[in-house]
Design a protein around this ligand. Sequence first.
Ligand code: SF4
Length: 448
Amino acid sequence: MTPPPLTPSVASSGIVLRPDLPICQTDLPLDWYQEEFKPYAEEYLALPDRKPGTVLPWLDRYAIPACEHFGDSLLLLAHFYMGGEVVKLVERYGGTIADSYVLALQASRNPEKRVIVESAVHFMAETIAILAGDHQSVWITNPKAGCTMEMLAKEWMVLPAAEQLVARYGDDLAVVAYMNTGGRLKALAGRTNGAVCTSSNAHKIVAQIRKEGRKVLFVPDHHLGRNTAWKLGMPLDRVVQLAEPRQWAQGMKLGDASAPGGIAALDAAEMILWGSYCGVHTIFRREHVEWWRAHGWKVLVHPESPLEVVQAADGSGSTDFLWKAVQNAQPGERLAIGTEGHFVRNARELARARGVEVMHLTEIPEPGFPAAGCGCATMSRNDPPHLAGILDLLRRGKGPDLNRVLAGDVVDETSGRRERLEPDDRAEMIRDARRALERMIEITEAAG
Ligand code: SF4
C-alpha cells in the first residue's frame, strides 16, 4: 500500500492536511502509557518535531502493515474533537471522522468491518459496541480517554437517585439519556420507556415525553437539559437540578437537601436535571459573545454551554450543525464559535480556503479574556503513539484487553481498568439500551 502524498490537501471531511502545521496536542509523560504502548511512545517522543510531515510517515510504518493485514475488515474512526495527526491519519486510511451520533452507527452500517478502532472518548466506543454485531470487535486507542461529563454520571452515582425518583413517580418518570452516557444509563432510559438523545434532537425527545404527560429525568448534562427546556418554552422554575452528583453515591436520600426547593420543587418539576457538565463548554461566558457581536462577528455555540451564552448567541446547535454552518458560510463571513478547540482549529483551516474567518469564542485579543487550552484534554489522550500501538498490537494478535470495549463496561479513567458485565447481564443491558436508542430514532423521524 502506498500512502497518499504529504502535500496540502482537503480530506473528505473537509479537514485540511498541512504537513507544516504543528499539531495541537500535548505530549503525555511516558509513565501514562500502558506497558504495551511504551515502545511506540518512546519512538514518538524521540521524533524531532510534531509536524504532520514528521509524524505521519512514522505512523505509516504501523498503519500500512495493519491496513494491509486486515484489508477491508478494518474501520478507523475518530471524533471531530480529536486533534492533530490522529484525525489526519484516520482519513488517510479511509476512516471516518464524525460526531458521536454518526460514529455510533458505524458498526451496524458497515457489517463487513470486523475490527473497529476508535480514537475518541469511551462512551462513544461503547455506543458503537452496543450496536455492533457479535462478529465485530470494538477497540479504543486509549482506555483512559473518558468524557468528563460522563465521568460525573457513572451508573453507581445516578442509579441511587434514579431509583428513588422512580419509586416516587413510577411510570410518570422517563429517563432521557444524552448520548454522552455509559451504556448502563442508556439501558436505564430504556427500562423507564425513555430514550437516548443527541444535542440535535434533545428538544424532540423531551417534547414527546412531555406530550405523554411524563416528567423527565435528564442525564447527565444540566446545561443541555436547561437549554432544551428553554428552547421548548418550558417555565424554567419547573426545571430543577439535583444535588451534586457524588452525594447520591454517598447515600443522599430524597428530601429537602436533594434539590433547591426540596421535594416540593421536584414534585412540581417538568424536568429534573442531573448535575454534570462539560468542562470544555462551561468556560464560555456572555461577555465573550457580546465582544464578538459588538465587533461584527456572528456567534454560534454548542448547547452544552451555559444558558446565558446560548441566549446571547446568534445560534446554537450540535457539532454537526456547527460544522455545516462553517461549510455553508459565504466568503467574507466571520464566525466566532463556542465549542471544543480542535474542532474550531479544523474548521478554521476548512474555512480559510474559502475566504471565511473562524475564531474560537475565547480568542479575544484583550486582557481579561484568558485563552482556553487546545480542547478536550481527555479525548486527546488518544495520541499518535496510542494509535500506532493499537494498530500494530492488533495486527500481531496482541490487542490488550484494557483496550477492548464491550457494552456495559464501566471504566476507571485513572487506571484504564474496566468492570465488565457477565454475558447474560450484558445481553439484557444491550436490549434495554437499544430500546432507548430505537425510541430516539422513532421520535426523531416522526417529528421530522
Ligand atoms: S468536549 Fe466535553 S462533552 Fe465532549 S467528550 Fe470532551 S468532556 Fe465530554
